[in-house]
Design a protein around this ligand. Sequence first.
Ligand SMILES: [Ca+2]
Length: 400
Amino acid sequence: MKTKTLLQTFAFLCLFNYSFAVDRIVQENGPSGTFSTISAAITASVNGDRIIVHPKIGGNPYIENITIDKSLEIVSATNDVRYRIQGNVVITALNNRTVTLIGAHLVSGDISGATAGWRTNVNIMGCILDGGSINFNNQYYVSVVSNILESGSIILSHGRVLGNQLNNEATLIQIANSTSIADDTLNIVANITPRIFCSSNIFLNIYNNFIRRNLINTVANTHSIEYTFVATQNKMNIINNTVVTPYSNFSTGRARYLSLSSPALIKNNIFQASQFSVSNFAPNAIVAASGNSSSYNYIMNTLVAYPAASTTDVTLTANPVNATTGQLVLPTPALNGADPSFEFYDLDLSVGDAGCFGGSYSLDNYFPITGSSRVFWLEVPFGVTTTGSPVQIKAEGFDR
Ligand SMILES: [Ca+2]
């Protein structure tokens, strides 16, 4: 009975907090009762409100710096059309606050966090940033889903990074200072990104990313997947990624496919060199001395300092993918070349392909980014067999 009473009390509190939640409409020259700026709507809001923003006529931006200091959801009034903002969006942290931003197009400015308050939940979905970065510190749990960043990076401590596209070669997905949850896991799945870097003691699932850079490397130590925390136990699953790394114009500090200070399970990946030059230095890999497991990877050039290599890893003499699209260039042994276990089968139920279009988390599920609604995550058992027992499936998506 005590439990029941507690539950009833909790339900009542939720009802009390959000029973007066309303939609606030932001519209240029809108009718009475609407707001002319997003900031004015936020000021008038209470926790749980939804702010619906009409894109301005002619694609003009709302010119304002926006501070979000309540639990709010901000979405577009027009299906599949993003509202434009010229300015920074700052989300103030507070324990249990949840802020959702869907379909914003920042023509300038960053989306970032400020001040302390674990755990602040943030969802950034279907947004475009022309100039800025998505940057959240250790106080935030951030779901970064289906965003396009033309020149900025994605920087966070906790959360997940799913189906984003970073278009500037100098940028990266960076995980740092992850201390709010011990033994946390972070999923980095199906992104198109120049690099992935982690300095935290955190477990990473790195699945189906297209990690690409094409210009001859002139900056030291710009490695495609870099994990600098030192541990003896496995800290990463690196599965079904396609890594395209350029030659470097110097030997020391050359770009590496992998630079890992902790062990990893490395499987079904493609490692390809871009921008060959006889006078430059080919990418290689440095992985932790022991504890790695490597299988069914397809690798251009012989890797040095890669003690994990197994008999199923294949060294290639011709590039297996198109360096721009990540699609396989046929014929290649990477086609149907993944681990043949059914857990790694492709969406067409053929034996899995190595690289970012192979397996259940195929890049095909996330691209192109359209700004429309999308199911972005399914929680299902790893490998479903038809033994007659029910299957638990949880799906997450967003709209507008
Ligand atoms: Ca296949």
